[in-house]
Design a protein around this ligand. Sequence first.
Ligand SMILES: Cc1cc2nc3c(=O)[nH]c(=O)nc-3n(C[C@H](O)[C@H](O)[C@H](O)COP(=O)(O)O)c2cc1C
Length: 179
Amino acid sequence: MNISCPNIKQGGISFGSTAKDAFAVVSAVRKIASLPLMVKLSPNVGDIGAIAESVEEAGADAISLINTLYGMAIDVETRRPRLGNVIGGLSGPAIKPVAVRMVFEVAQRVKIPVVGVGGIASAEDALEFLIAGARAVQVGTANFIQPDVTAKIVSGIEEYLIRHKMNTVDQITGSIELP
Ligand SMILES: Cc1cc2nc3c(=O)[nH]c(=O)nc-3n(C[C@H](O)[C@H](O)[C@H](O)COP(=O)(O)O)c2cc1C
């Protein structure tokens, strides 16, 4: 369930940009959904941890984050926006540090599994998210550049497990060594 889409009626803000709205929309879906419910969060918010907590309280089974950050680009010769919609979603490697930080924050605030996404293009990128607290990862933009990237990420994680004498990905999740 993507709660990071524009909500036209409220002037283009996201459904999930406040803890109160996120709770309301996830509760409503939870009441009628019998399937597992994974809720996707927007990074374009103030306190991502508070939103994650209210999504968990509303009955979500898992949380995935992050969706795209708002971005904009301008052609300086024509002075026109490069995107038809003027403002659009920024994805890929540029957003990875923001995504890792948000996964790290959210993983400490909720008990349900957290799935990390945002700029993952290699096994090392995926491992960063797992070490920060993600139980699984997703790959978006990198598939457009390298269609076999997910297979490479899986084998890279397997190599890491062997090299670090670990048996399961669960052992990597949240294994960050803080200063
Ligand atoms: C072309 C494109 C379409 C997307 N469509 C959706 C969508 O329909 N629903 C959604 O939750 N996220 C959508 N996203 C966001 C991605 O799922 C992902 O959260 C984001 O791009 C960050 O990951 P990445 O850097 O690996 O792409 C889309 C991203 C791109 C680039």
